[in-house]
Ligand binder design. Structure first.
Ligand code: FES
Length: 96
């Protein structure tokens, strides 16, 4: 499990699956979720396998989440914002 070196520096609050998560300005959504202990960002369309951020640089697409109602957002490339609503993405993110 990942941990922040300085947890007191977290000053923003976003929500993952409705639960509040502390983050720092400049964090990516993926970094904030990992620091909060999230181990599943999405499930795959064919087998429903659990995935979480892997490359942290926009290549693998294992970090796809729904952010503020918009699916297929790469959590590793999206900076956090106060009050952001993040949800785990299932299937292809199209509700199918
Ligand atoms: S973690 Fe690989 S694209 Fe985001």
């Amino acid at each position: 499990m990942l941990q922040r070196l300085d947890p007191a520096a977290a000053t923003l609050r976003l929500f993952f699956e409705g639960a509040p998560i502390a983050a720092r300005p400049g964090d990516s959504v993926a970094a904030a979720l990992l620091a909060a202990g999230a181990d599943c960002f999405r499930t795959t369309p064919l087998r429903g396998a659990r995935r979480a951020a892997f490359c942290m640089m926009g290549v693998c697409f294992d970090c796809l989440v729904e952010i503020d109602g918009i699916a297929n957002r790469q959590a590793c490339l999206t900076p956090v914002a106060e009050g952001m609503q993040v949800r785990r993405q299932h299937d292809a993110g199209d509700g199918a």
